[in-house]
Design a protein around this ligand. Structure first.
Ligand code: ZN
Length: 183
């Protein structure tokens, strides 16, 4: 079995937006951020956007458009209630999982010693507690590839919320643009 790597589709004009997203808040997110389309007034948030906390540059979106969650590699596995809350109470009708290039969660497992040393030296933890903490959480958050992870996370959420469109996107830190990820 061969695994096809995810394909990245840029959005430079409206016509680049994949048919699956047209007419959904995902298309509006791509148009607002990549194409600089004008904002409108929102009666309630349209979309839940998950981004990695390392991604320091804010997306170009107007107030009231989105509910934003910042979680390592845009992984929502530890936030099931926040996602359901965004739909049930926030009334969002779409989800965007936004990975980013150069994500530090790639290769996390190789950073165990640095992580432990820092928690011991800078935060005052005992070494065994720091090691156990890393071993407990790192498997959940370590990823191999930001785009591949975003695709998998979007697929997981689509099964959980079958009527909600869930897009996997990649923020390119080189040019600050969002790319669509096709599995
Ligand atoms: Zn990251």
């Amino acid at each position: 079995m061969t695994i096809t790597p995810p394909r990245l589709k840029p959005v430079r004009t409206e016509t680049d937006i994949l048919p699956a997203w047209r007419g959904t808040p995902v298309a509006e997110l791509l148009a607002l951020h990549n194409l600089g389309t004008g904002a409108r007034k929102y009666a309630h948030p349209q979309i839940l956007i998950a981004t990695c906390p390392e991604q320091q540059t804010a997306l170009r979106i107007p107030a009231g458009f989105a509910i934003s969650l910042h979680t390592a590699a845009a992984n929502l596995k530890r936030d099931p209630f926040k996602v359901s809350w965004a739909i049930g109470i926030g009334r969002v009708s779409a989800i965007a999982i936004v990975g980013h290039t150069d994500c530090g969660l790639v290769g996390l497992r190789n950073q165990r010693e640095a992580f432990v040393e820092q928690l011991v030296g800078a935060a005052g933890w005992e070494r065994p507690a720091a090691e156990q903490h890393f071993d407990h959480w790192s498997d959940l958050f370590a990823i191999d590839d930001p785009a591949g992870f975003a695709v998998a996370e979007a697929a997981r959420l689509r099964i959980r919320y079958p009527k909600i469109p869930v897009a996997a996107l990649l923020y390119d830190t080189a040019d600050g643009m969002l790319l669509q990820i096709e599995a």
